[in-house]
Each structure stands twice: as structure tokens, then as C-alpha cells.
Design a binder for this molecule. Sequence first.
Ligand SMILES: Nc1ncnc2c1ncn2[C@@H]1O[C@H](COP(=O)(O)OP(=O)(O)OP(=O)(O)O)[C@@H](O)[C@H]1O
Ligand SMILES: [Mg+2]
Length: 334
Amino acid sequence: MTNKQKYLLAIESTAHTFGVAVLDFDKKILANITDSWVSESGGMIPIEVRKHHKIVSEKLYKQALEKANITEDKIEAVALSNAPGLAPCLLEGMEFAKKLATKLNVQIVGVNHCIAHLEIGETTGAKDPVLLYASGANTQVIAYEAQKYRIFGETLDLGIGNFIDTIARYFGLGFPGGPKIEKLAQECKNKKELIELAYSVKGMDVSFSGIQTQIKNLYDKKTPIEDLAYSLQETVFAMLTEVAERALAHTGKKELLLGGGVACNARLQEMCQIMCNERGVKFFCPPKPLLVDNAAMIGYLGLKMFKARLGESNLDKIDIKPRERTDEVQVNWK
Ligand SMILES: Nc1ncnc2c1ncn2[C@@H]1O[C@H](COP(=O)(O)OP(=O)(O)OP(=O)(O)O)[C@@H](O)[C@H]1O
Ligand SMILES: [Mg+2]
């Protein structure tokens, strides 16, 4: 059997998104299907999100097989994002993965979701980058060194995406808030008059809670939401660009790679691109379906781990790890 006739099935379910992907053993992505829990007004309720995942899982699985044009007996391994994330969501994914692996009699590879967000960046051509990981729950500046992804800087309070989502919810915009805030910022008519917010960078760390309070207060005082969205983006993305630049200077690396759902934001991409041009550093950013939560990235890393014999046949040994940190994981597959 060639690598093109062997397939891995991957499952993502750490938070709002349930995803199923199929990759061949050459790491080609044949299917990458997602269905995300969304809300018109409220925030994420983990138990509700789990129900969503339960309802869509079987349908997504069938669609993924169809898209990849394979039958399930061709699946040689299952990759599962079992860390970190919201426990109810992780449990739903694990239940689905274990049922499938038992039925097909194949191994499960447990994948750390954050590291999958980082490693999928390789598909852009980046070789040894500083990584700016800007997602819902996480905001970190990372570089790979000696078998680990080292964290050079991170948020001291909220993840940038959760911060933006909280503001959007306060404005009554629902979940996810990032794309809506981006649109509002583009519509701002007072771009010359930046509202001064609590720009907070300490070394290579950042924090957002001060700005969160300020924005809520300004909103209560009837400041237009377009102006708030604009100033918010300019301020927090400048903070991220600054810490990424510091990490580049500190490590001497010549590449910057963006990852995570907030990296979809065109203004964040633009600021990073400008900084990289000024420093003579190459800038990389994966396409949107690989930036937001997705199962293709879980499969991409899962395949490497499987080939490094990190798959598990004894499914009792696979468990969820809701709080696993990026720098705890021993990278035994590179
Ligand atoms: N265009 C955008 N601008 C800003 N934020 C965005 C945009 N698109 C999506 N986001 C934000 O991305 C976040 C979701 O990203 P992702 O799916 O990677 O995160 P997560 O899985 O919630 O967190 P983590 O990966 O840390 O566990 C949400 O907070 C959403 O608002
Ligand atoms: Mg994510």
C-alpha cells in the first residue's frame, strides 16, 4: 500500500468547533469539515456546546469520508485533540474517537490543540519561526528550542480572542465577536482620533483586562461602537506586534508565523507584515480554514506523531487534559 492509500481520520472538539478531517499518509488534506456553535447574543456555555457536538458529529464524519472519497475501512489511525480545552467538549470528542477506533480496531493519537495550531504553519513554508499564537483562549509568543515549544511571552489575563468576544457580547453582538469587531473597525469614521486605551506590555507579556474595563465604560457613556472597535484593534494588535518583534530580536530568528483564530484579522496581519518588512524578516500566515479551529491541523500533527510511534492501542490510556500547557509537551516527533 502506498502512502496515498493509507488514511488518518482526525477529530477536533476542544471548544466551539467540531471538526472532522481526512489526510493521506503524505499529509495531504483530503477533507476538512467543521461545524461551529454560534450564538446571536449570549456567550459560550460548555454543556450546550457539547450537545451541539453530539448532534453534528456523525453527519460531519460521513461528509468527511465522502469528501475524501474513501470508505471507513481505509482508516489506519484516529487523531484526537484531547488537550487543552473545555472538559465537556473534549469528552464528546473523545467518546466519538474511542467508539470509532474500537470499531475500526486502530490506534488513537492524542494531540495538543495549541501545538497543532503552530505546526500546521509549516504548510506555509516557514522553517524556524517565532510564532505569534493569537486565538480564543491563548495569546502567546513561542519559539521551538530543544524538543519543546518555549513560551517567551503571553497574556497575563485573558486570551485575545476571549477578550474581543467579551467586548462583542457587551455590545450585544453575539459569538464569535472577532469578525464583527473587525467589520465595525473598518466602518469607523474617526480613524485619526485614536481613543487612548491602557496599552499594557510588560517585557514580552501583555494584558487586556484594563482595556476591557475602559471599553465597557466608554460604551456605557455612548461612545460609538465603530470608534471603540477601531481603537481596540489598533491598541491590542500593536501590543501583539510589539511582543512579537521583541521575541524576534531576542531569538535572532528571521521568520514570523501567525496562528490561531484571531490571526484571521486583516489588520493584525497587516501590522505584523509591516513590522517584518521593517526588520527584514519573512512573514507567514496560513489560510483561514487552517487558522480557526479545525481537524486538518489535528490530523497534520497526529500523522507525524503516529509515524513516530506515538499512537496508543490501549484506549484506556487516552484521556482528556483540559489544562495542558504548550511548553509541557515533550516534542518527540520532530
Ligand atoms: N477576523 C477576526 N478578527 C479577530 N478575531 C477573530 C476573527 N475571526 C475569528 N476571531 C476570533 O478567533 C477566536 C477563535 O479562534 P480559535 O478557533 O483558534 O480559538 P479557540 O479554539 O477558541 O481557542 P484556543 O485555540 O486557544 O483553544 C474567537 O475568539 C474569534 O472571535
Ligand atoms: Mg483553537
